[in-house]
Design a protein around this ligand. Structure first.
Ligand SMILES: [Cu+2]
Length: 126
């Protein structure tokens, strides 16, 4: 009985994990440095997204790497580029972006209707 319950629980976990859009890779990685100019952040998700219902908010933290993303330090919204597979997203920094720490606050809707979210901190040193 107990074995059966554990099996059911595992199957549920696996089916949940398959449907959600998890961040599988990013460039730069968490805590990494972006040096290219023009600068673009790439995010790769495990599942295709619904771009119209996904949000990517970029915050400028200056030299405070651990600062929170707030309404005050949020940069003007720019439409991200989503590739045809809809699992790779490119978010460009503004052309006049200042050097310092940035926080990319993302929330995406996968095709299965589930929302996932996360934050990516990185340095911009052109
Ligand atoms: Cu899901």
């Amino acid at each position: 009985m107990r074995g059966k319950l554990i099996l059911v629980f595992c199957v549920l976990l696996v089916s949940e994990a398959l449907g959600h859009a998890r961040l599988t890779d990013s460039s730069p990685a968490e805590g990494g440095t972006l040096s290219a100019d023009p600068a673009t952040v790439s995010l790769i998700f495990s599942e295709p997204l619904q771009p119209r219902f996904s949000d990517f908010a970029l915050h400028f933290l200056g030299e405070e790497a651990e600062a929170a993303g707030t309404r005050d330090n949020r940069l003007p919204r720019q439409a991200p580029e989503v590739d045809p597979s809809r699992s790779r997203v490119e978010v460009a920094l503004p052309t006049d972006a200042s050097p310092g720490w940035y926080l990319l606050d993302w929330e995406v809707l996968a095709e299965d209707g589930h929302t996932t979210s996360g934050k990516l901190r990185f340095e911009f040193r052109p």
